[in-house]
Design a protein around this ligand. Sequence first.
Ligand SMILES: NC(=O)C1=CN([C@@H]2O[C@H](COP(=O)(O)OP(=O)(O)OC[C@H]3O[C@@H](n4cnc5c(N)ncnc54)[C@H](O)[C@@H]3O)[C@@H](O)[C@H]2O)C=CC1
Ligand SMILES: O=C(O)CCC(=O)C(=O)O
Length: 527
Amino acid sequence: MPKVLVSDKLSPTAVQIFKDNGVEVDYLPDLGKDKDKLLEVIGQYDGLAIRSATKVTEKILSAATNLKVIGRAGIGVDNVDIPAATAKGIIVMNTPFGNSITTAEHAISMMLSLARQIPEADASTRASKWEKNRFMGVEVTNKTLGIVGAGNIGSIVADRAQGLKMKVIAFDPFLSPERALDLGVEKVELEELFARADFITLHTPLTEQTRNIISADAFETMKKGVRIVNCARGGLIDEAALAEALKSGKVAGAALDVFLEEPAVDNPLFGLPNVICTPHLGASTTEAQENVALQVAEQISAYLMTGEITNALNFPSISAEEAPRLTPFVKLAEMLGSFAGQLTETSIKGIRVEYEGAVAALNTRPMTAAALTGVMKPLLADVNMVSAPAIAKERGIQVETVNREQQGAYESYIRLTVITERQERSVAGTIFGNGKPRVIQVKSINMEAELAPNMLYITNEDKPGFIGRLGTLLGQLGINIANFNLGRLDVGSDAIALVTIDGVLDEDQLKQITALEGVKQAKSLRF
Ligand SMILES: NC(=O)C1=CN([C@@H]2O[C@H](COP(=O)(O)OP(=O)(O)OC[C@H]3O[C@@H](n4cnc5c(N)ncnc54)[C@H](O)[C@@H]3O)[C@@H](O)[C@H]2O)C=CC1
Ligand SMILES: O=C(O)CCC(=O)C(=O)O
């Protein structure tokens, strides 16, 4: 039974869903904050469910020897080292929509609170001051709201702001003119947004491009009296520059849910009167927490129990319906890759995977990932379907895929070609009715072989007497032949023998086989 650790505070729904799906679960909501303890126990788990308190660093990942999946109950995954997880073959998932409405509502609440200074007015009133003249607000009606990042949350903010009769402008390099039209927003460049907005709200992830997207220079270009809301990520705003802009009056107010350093306990912005702060509460509603807990538990369970992949950030999705149909082809692709990989002795320049017939109409990305895994496994023991594409890229291996839905001699056919400095070597296969993978071509030579755990691969001259000599030698070496598959291009040209044997050949035995008259290459293959 797979075992999952929930290391941040998650709705109890998650625990129940894991149990209902046959997954063992440890709910330790404070563990994520204790790095040493997490390091100690993480090795036991197949899955990890987190929010933002658990930092999944390279160090934690290197101790996570059984971990297969990390599920973030939320959107931002900046607390997970995704490249390190990918390199270890661990799927990283999030729940991209579960808390979007809640976070958009928090941004709107922050904007209205800024416009009417509600937190300060509340504190003053409860301090018995009744300062009616001190708290003069501004209306939002007919004001311009500038949205930076018009994705899921930004789009909901746009919709709600239009309900408040605001004029909405948006900057997002990936926002198409059609989508802007659908959202009823005006698509503008960042400089124009800064120059025109009365309120600015941020809804982008924190990336190298968005870090300090609101900088000291940006404040210079804004309207005097602009109000700023950040419910996305600390680090999008240069906090020191914001403090200056607030003090000078350039910025009339800022409402911040997120900070450069979290938990934020002594941020210099806290001392300024026109700042509203919340402790990263954007996603904190009963509804959103129920949604993300339910989704993350379902997603992690589905992956661990059936191989279904949803909302992974480092692997293509595989639906529950597809998973059983893909499984035999994924296995075939990995076997073909493994076959070619074990025969390859020089550095690989490229890998081409061709899909023909019915298989070409399926989701072939997991198959390609499996093929790459198979090719690289003889060189890198730890590679798997998640890490293989990234490793191939890192090593400069060109990966090409070709899909031809037109059926040839077989209903489905996969051919894998490994390209090295010296040659191109192809191996092709199919799935027969029993769901078992078969090799049907090696270096364009037709044959039909089921791959078994121990095999002997031989290229030899096609001359009379060879098979007898090989059989005799294997007998002398005490190697039992379970199956013998042969193929050749033309009479007298190169031939191939793929022999299933009981037991593993040692180096000395392989040397003797290689020395046999007529043998051009002999390899022991393991599957
Ligand atoms: N405060 C909180 O508790 C929460 C914060 N968030 C944060 O909100 C942010 C947005 O979330 P979603 O809308 O779901 O993400 P999303 O991926 O749907 O949208 C992000 C948008 O930002 C745009 N973008 C990327 N680079 C940009 C750039 N340089 N300039 C302008 N736009 C850019 C993208 O094109 C995309 O449309 C994330 O960082 C997420 O972590 C999300 C949920 C809760
Ligand atoms: O889990 C939380 O409270 C934070 C949510 C968040 O920041 C996110 O989903 O990106």
